[in-house]
Write a protein that binds this ligand. Structure first.
Ligand code: SF4
Ligand code: SF4
Length: 77
């Protein structure tokens, strides 16, 4: 299973990663971070593909994906 690390205090709550995730497993927290923003968190890490799209689109480089390859078999076409 890929590991998703979101540095919540770097997050500015823009929700770009929420929109970009093909599995729709990123959501915004109901709590705020040190900057006063609602931060992104991964709801269901077991469904993560390790595609790194969330990390690529994050303008604040707040997301790190630890993965070996991409689990395309999990896509539901
Ligand atoms: S690596 Fe891909 S599937 Fe996993 S949380 Fe990021 S965008 Fe979603
Ligand atoms: S794209 Fe980055 S800054 Fe925007 S909500 Fe996601 S983690 Fe936070």
């Amino acid at each position: 299973m890929p590991g998703i690390i979101i540095d919540r205090d770097r997050c500015k709550g823009c929700e770009t990663c929420v929109e970009a995730c093909p599995q729709q497993i990123i959501a915004m927290s109901k709590e705020i971070n040190a900057k006063g923003y609602f931060y992104a968190r991964v709801d269901d890490p077991f469904r993560c593909l390790g595609c790194r799209i969330c990390a690529i689109v994050c303008p604040d480089v707040a997301i790190e994906v630890l993965s070996e390859g991409v689990q395309y078999s999990l896509f539901e076409y």
